[in-house]
Design a protein around this ligand. Structure first.
Ligand SMILES: Nc1ncnc2c1ncn2[C@@H]1O[C@H](COP(=O)(O)OP(=O)(O)OP(=O)(O)O)[C@@H](O)[C@H]1O
Ligand SMILES: [Mg+2]
Length: 288
C-alpha cells in the first residue's frame, strides 16, 4: 500500500525499496529497503507507547515468530538506530558496557554496545536475554527503573541515559525448559508482549510478501505448518516457525523441487529422530 506521503513526494515502493524520480536528472533513485513487518496484534501501538514513556520492553515468544523483525521495523518507523546483541552463556556485563584495551603504550577505554546506546539514545535489543550471565541482568537494573542510569564500575562513573534510549529484550519461554528462566524480579521490570505464529491467513500473506511465492504454494506451506503445530504428541522441542516456511518458500521460488524444499527447510530442522523424520516427510509429500 502506497501511503499519501509517498504519493505526494512521487516516491513509490517497489519490492520493499523506496523509489523516486529526481526531476533534474530524470533518473530513478533507489533508497534503502523498507523493513517489512506484518502486525499480528496491538504490538505496534504498545511499542509506540513504551517508546514515548521510555519503558523497557520484553518480547516473549517462540523462535522465528517475528520478534527481531518487529524491533527492526519499529526502529525504522521511529527513525531510531538499533543495536542488537545476541546473548549467549558467555555474554558478560563487560561485553555490554565496555572494557580497557591496550593501544601502544596506553590503555584506552572502549564503550560496549550498551554504553553506546545509552549515551546516544539508540534502541538496544538484547536478544535471548535469559541466556546471558547474571551480571548482565544486574548491570541493566538501574536502566530499567526511574533512575535510567548506567553504572560503569571500571570507570567509577554513572551515566544518565539519553532521553531517547530504549531497552528491548527477548526471551523464548518454551525453549528454556525451566533451567534458564528469567527471575520474576527481572521480568517485572519490563512491559511484556507475547508473540506467536500468526493465524493462517496472515501467515500466507507474510510468505507472499516476504518471498513473492505464489498464493497456492504459500497456502500449502501454511497448511503443513498448521498440521505439524497441532501434532503435539510428537513432543518436538520447537515446532514449525514462520522462519522455516519463509526458507522453504525461498527455495521453491529458486527452483528446488517443492518436496525437497519442504524436507530440508521445514522437516529436517525440527528433529533428528529417524522415525519422526520419515513420518513428517510422508505427511508433507501428501500436502505440498
Ligand atoms: N509478522 C511478520 N512479518 C513479517 N515477517 C515475519 C513476521 N513474522 C515472521 N516473519 C518472518 O520470519 C523470519 C523470522 O523472524 P524473526 O527473526 O523476527 O524471529 P524471532 O522471533 O526473532 O526468532 P528467534 O527467537 O529465533 O530470534 C523473518 O525473517 C521474517 O521473514
Ligand atoms: Mg530474533
Amino acid at each position: 500500500m502506497v501511503s499519501d506521503f509517498y504519493k505526494e513526494k512521487s516516491i513509490q515502493l517497489f519490492q520493499g525499496f523506496k523509489l523516486w524520480k529526481d526531476s533534474k536528472t530524470n533518473t530513478m533513485i533507489v533508497a534503502e529497503k523498507q523493513t517489512f513487518y506484518k502486525a499480528i496484534g496491538s504490538e505496534v501501538e504498545v511499542f509506540n507507547q513504551v517508546n514515548q514513556l521510555k519503558l523497557p520492553l520484553l518480547l516473549k515468544g517462540p523462535t522465528g515468530s517475528g520478534k527481531s523483525r518487529f524491533v527492526e521495523f519499529m526502529a525504522d518507523q521511529l527513525h531510531k538506530k538499533l543495536i542488537t546483541v545476541s546473548c549467549h552463556e558467555e555474554t558478560s556485563s563487560t561485553d555490554l558496557i565496555g572494557r580497557f584495551i591496550i593501544k601502544g603504550a596506553e590503555t584506552v577505554w572502549i564503550d560496549g554496545p550498551l554504553a553506546i546506546a545509552v549515551k546516544n539514545g539508540f534502541i538496544l535489543y538484547l536478544d535471548e536475554i535469559a541466556e546471558a550471565r547474571p551480571d548482565v541482568i544486574v548491570a541493566i537494573h538501574s536502566l530499567t527503573d526511574h533512575r535510567r542510569e548506567l553504572f560503569i564500575d571500571k570507570l567509577g562513573e554513572t551515566i544518565k541515559a539519553h532521553p531517547d534510549f530504549l531497552l528491548v529484550a527477548s526471551f523464548n519461554p518454551g525453549y528454556q525448559k525451566g533451567f534458564k528462566e528469567l527471575k520474576p524480579s527481572t521480568r517485572q521490570r519490563f512491559v511484556a508482549l507475547s508473540f506467536d505464529y500468526p493465524e493462517p491467513k496472515v501467515e500466507v500473506e507474510i510468505l507472499m510478501k516476504e518471498t513473492e511465492v505464489e498464493k497456492d504454494i504459500a497456502q500449502k506451506l501454511v497448511n503443513i505448518a498448521t498440521k505439524i503445530r497441532n501434532l503435539t504428541e510428537l513432543g518436538l522441542t520447537e515446532t514449525v516457525s514462520t522462519r522455516l516456511l519463509v526458507d522453504a518458500a525461498k527455495l521453491i521460488n529458486n527452483g528446488l523441487s517443492k518436496r525437497l524444499s519442504v524436507h530440508v527447510a521445514v522437516v529436517e530442522p525440527l528433529t533428528d529422530e529417524p522415525e519422526t523424520l520419515e513420518a513428517l516427510k510422508d505427511l508433507c509429500d501428501l500436502m505440498i
